[in-house]
Ligand binder design. Structure first.
Ligand code: SF4
Length: 402
């Protein structure tokens, strides 16, 4: 067996996940020097960028963009802070943004204001001449970091050994994973999925194997499995720090879904208690949460769906409607701002932005744009050719299902 029982390790991005949580609603803009007071990992940046005021940053970013013209495209994920999203040529979820990058071949440089796995995906989908830049290299994703390549390869080897002659297993990975895992899915007949198409991808996978290994988010996997009518008794959690993921051979052989033990630190903050409190305050409220929330939270909510579904639902809702939302606070605040005729608020009374998304401060954006003006590509994200090729197979399988 390749897997062994060993000491559990917590990714540094998970340890730092609550770094920017505040009791108040507002997340006011600060200079980078002030942000550095939050004692987490920050990428080193030349001193001059630490002290620019919000106005100076705004003026310099606009001027750099004007000089760079259409050679640069700035992509902004929905979870980015307001002071960043305003510069985005396109806003979207990770997959939509990566497709945007590929559809803009005139842009030699893609500045991806999001997290590392998103920039990697853009690097896989874009044209060979395009270079993808992540403004702050410490902007990782704690969920993606919970599935490192060595652990996944060891686990996959054991699952093959135990299940190979017993109906087999296919890997399906959520977009929020490192490129190496997407490539493993491509090589082994599996696919990538997003939170919008996870059910369709799982249904497809069950046509060729009796079981699916779902990585790296156990909650999206479980919530999707329940939606498809899979008995929760046939879902096992794979703990990468235990031999055979903490399961017996019999448990694995009678399972349908093997759920990698990963989670999103942002979405697992939402609780049934918060839903009850929202309903007490607003009896007419509709509770809408992301499927990365726990099963209990999803079941207690009125609706659940992807970031794009949450946006569309609230933007198209009738005036006067009330929405309690379980997703990242920067997006919820933006939805509230853009829908003044509705009541939109976050389920969590504490403002807890995704701490890695939040690390894309305007000073970092200016730094990489200034670099381009000086002919320097700072923080380019590259994917080795063999990984790119195999990841693309898994991404294309997903696309062929739409
Ligand atoms: S919100 Fe969750 S899944 Fe998304 S980047 Fe942050 S930690 Fe990762």
């Amino acid at each position: 067996m390749a897997t062994t029982t060993r000491q559990a390790t917590i990714p540094i991005t998970e340890v730092e996940h609550a770094a920017f949580c505040k009791p108040e609603d507002e997340l006011p803009a600060k200079s980078l020097a002030e942000e550095f007071a939050v004692n987490i990992r920050w990428q080193k940046i030349p001193n001059e960028y630490l002290h620019y005021s919000a106005q100076e940053l705004d003026q310099r970013i606009n001027s750099a963009r004007q000089k760079l013209g259409s050679t640069v495209t700035i992509l902004g994920h929905h979870y980015q802070r307001e002071e960043i999203i305003k510069y985005a040529d396109f806003q979207g979820d990770s997959f939509l943004l990566s497709k945007q990058a590929a559809e803009r071949p005139e842009a030699d440089f893609i500045v991806f204001c999001g997290v590392h796995f998103m920039a990697e995906t853009a690097g896989i989908l874009c044209a060979p001449h395009q270079k993808v830049i992540l403004p702050n290299i410490t902007a990782g994703c704690s969920m993606a970091d919970m599935a490192p390549m060595d652990d996944v390869e060891d686990s996959w080897e054991d699952l093959q050994e135990v299940l190979g002659d017993h109906g087999g297993i296919l890997p399906v990975t959520y977009m929020n994973s490192i490129a190496g895992i997407k490539a493993l899915c491509g090589r082994t007949g599996g696919a990538v999925c997003t939170s919008s198409n996870a059910a369709a991808v799982l249904e497809w996978a069950f046509q060729s194997a009796e079981r699916v290994l779902f990585l790296p988010d156990q909650h999206l996997g479980r919530n999707t499995g329940i939606k498809l009518g899979i008995d929760p008794e046939q879902m096992v959690v794979w703990n990468p720090f235990k031999r055979l993921g903490g399961n017996t051979v019999e448990q694995l052989r009678s399972s349908k879904l093997v759920l990698w033990q990963g989670h999103c630190a942002v979405h697992t903050r939402f609780t049934v208690k918060q839903i009850q409190a929202a309903r007490e305050r607003f009896p007419e409220v509709t509770v809408l949460v992301h499927p990365e929330c726990t099963r209990e939270t999803v079941e207690a909510a009125d609706m659940n769906g992807s970031t794009e579904l949450i946006r569309k639902t609230i933007n198209e809702a009738p005036a006067g409607s009330q929405w309690a939302v379980g997703t990242e606070i920067s997006l919820v605040n933006r939805l509230a701002l853009n829908n003044p005729d509705k009541t939109v608020f976050c389920l969590d009374p504490v403002s807890c932005p995704c701490s890695t998304m939040y690390r894309i401060h305007p000073a970092y954006l200016l730094w990489v744009l200034d670099g381009l003006l000086q002919g320097q590509v700072i923080n380019q994200i590259t994917v080795p050719e063999d990984i790119r090729r195999d990841s693309l197979i898994a991404l294309e399988r997903m696309l062929s299902l739409q």
